[in-house]
Design a binder for this molecule. Sequence first.
Ligand code: NAG
Ligand code: NAG
Ligand code: NAG
Ligand code: NAG
Ligand code: NAG
Ligand code: NAG
Ligand code: NAG
Ligand code: NAG
Ligand code: NAG
Length: 481
Amino acid sequence: MKLLLFFFGLSISEGRVFPPSFKFCAATAAYQIEGAAREEGRSPSIWDVFSHIPGKTDGGQNGDNAVDHYHLFKDDIDLMKQLNFDVFRFSLSPSRILPTPDYKVNEEGIFHYRRVLEYLKFQGIKPLVTLFHWDLPQYMDELYGGLLNATALKEFFSKYAEAAFDGLGDLVDSWSTFNEPYTSCMQGYQYGSMAPGRNIHPESEPYDCIHAVLVSHGAVAKIFKEKFPKGTSNKTISIAVNCDWQEPYTDSEEDKNASIRGLDYYLHVFMDPIYFGKYPDGMVERSQGHLKPLTPEEVELINGSVDVFALNSYTSNYVYNDPNLTLGESYDNDGLLGKTFTSINGTSIGNVTEPSWLYNVPWGIGKLIRHINQRYNPGEILVTENGLCVTGEPNWVGDEVLKDQGRIDFYKGYLNAILDAVEEGVPVSTFCAWSMFDNYEWARGYTQRFGITYVNYTTQERFFKDSALWFGRLINRTEGV
Ligand SMILES: *[C@@H]1O[C@H](CO)[C@@H](O)[C@H](O)[C@H]1NC(C)=O
Ligand SMILES: *[C@@H]1O[C@H](CO)[C@@H](O)[C@H](O)[C@H]1NC(C)=O
Ligand SMILES: *[C@@H]1O[C@H](CO)[C@@H](O)[C@H](O)[C@H]1NC(C)=O
Ligand SMILES: *[C@@H]1O[C@H](CO)[C@@H](O)[C@H](O)[C@H]1NC(C)=O
Ligand SMILES: *[C@@H]1O[C@H](CO)[C@@H](O)[C@H](O)[C@H]1NC(C)=O
Ligand SMILES: *[C@@H]1O[C@H](CO)[C@@H](O)[C@H](O)[C@H]1NC(C)=O
Ligand SMILES: *[C@@H]1O[C@H](CO)[C@@H](O)[C@H](O)[C@H]1NC(C)=O
Ligand SMILES: *[C@@H]1O[C@H](CO)[C@@H](O)[C@H](O)[C@H]1NC(C)=O
Ligand SMILES: *[C@@H]1O[C@H](CO)[C@@H](O)[C@H](O)[C@H]1NC(C)=O
């Protein structure tokens, strides 16, 4: 369908244009892009240690150098500016800011991020700053049991957030505490496939991690509200949770209930405490004592602790009731859920992309944001991550590496689904593409490229893929979706 629209005097050759107030954002995370692992006082994080253990990551690859953004940040911000991005989402490395167990602030770390923020300001790009994107200082793991120890984690995050808010708060309006705590807790403590790589107590540690994260998030939000009271500033705080839409396998009541439980174990377990002051119904009971109800003091800290809803979402799956699982064996089993990407009719939920978990299901994100709006009425939703590595992309050579029409098609699908919801009144304000650059994809190392910008990892040269130029026009409102 070809439409000819006029918008601020520019002609739109195709598709639907986003409202002028809608913001586009380029997303990244410290360990995946910075490199400079041993510079300016930074101490090791759990990811430095995990990625150096043989066999834990593809090809034994690590983030020691990543894409050297620590040194190239000005050039990188210039690239975002060329594409007209409104917002740069990035995370601070906690072990640059509090590198030692005495929690003494490393001024070099603060100074580095001030330079990044000053340069963003100069280029007119708003920062969206994540405090924690999985790279916990190693000393926290060794001394206190890392993300499992609510007492120690809360103390650490309070000191860390204070240092960040005091040192950088004047330059940042939008903050997130944790990125994808579901992933940290499940991959880190149930499956052991990501740092710190534990699968020793999958029946209890994922619950301990969720609890410690919630308490720490609440403590940070309290400090935030004290430092930046409403009315004197418009600064916002959020927690960037992730969720795959959970589509009922059949339209039986059993599977519809399973779909709700799927969302309970993924998303509601974090957001119900934050919006309703309690865990989802049934979770405490099914955990066989591993999940304790929140205490009144914890509810006080956690309930009402976000200003906006930040969501990472990439894919969807079918979910059905599985009564045969045994309660008390693992977090996953306690949901009594079966999951599949194949419908009851034998068809795939969508086309799979390069990562085996990432099916292209644009309608899933539409259902998910409507569900979030209905359940929590959050006022504002930020899609803080979405994207893919295109099927076959790791093997492309020569000029092929920039010709990522599959990525444009994927984003068109998801952004159309989001725009449909926006037009219905679902308050999505912002969309972040994951990622601005090809980068260190955690346990997959450098084997999966999620960037809209190609990086030659030998020379650290950057080249816009076709999708980056497409985003430039989309944000320009010279192209629609
Ligand atoms: C949790 O951290 C506290 C310090 O905040 C420490 O006293 C305690 O021993 C730690 N617990 C475990 C199980 O490591
Ligand atoms: C907050 O935003 C509102 C609405 O945009 C504006 O009227 C107000 O002046 C802002 N307050 C501060 C302290 O920036
Ligand atoms: C579905 O959930 C509702 C509400 O919890 C419950 O009343 C109903 O019995 C459940 N149905 C089935 C088939 O499990
Ligand atoms: C949580 O906060 C909401 C909104 O302020 C309130 O309605 C609810 O009662 C609180 N929940 C608890 C358990 O305190
Ligand atoms: C549960 O076990 C029963 C009996 O073996 C079997 O018929 C049923 O298909 C199983 N359900 C699922 C979801 O696997
Ligand atoms: C399966 O096929 C039936 C009949 O064509 C259709 O109504 C239903 O939507 C399909 N379900 C899925 C999950 O594709
Ligand atoms: C899946 O891929 C096929 C082949 O490239 C394409 O024809 C089809 O439209 C795709 N389906 C979806 C839902 O994207
Ligand atoms: C990366 O740069 C090196 C040095 O210029 C070059 O030899 C190599 O072919 C480049 N890699 C790709 C994939 O372009
Ligand atoms: C933005 O729009 C202008 C005017 O059409 C165009 O010249 C420019 O190349 C566009 N920028 C990008 C990044 O697409």
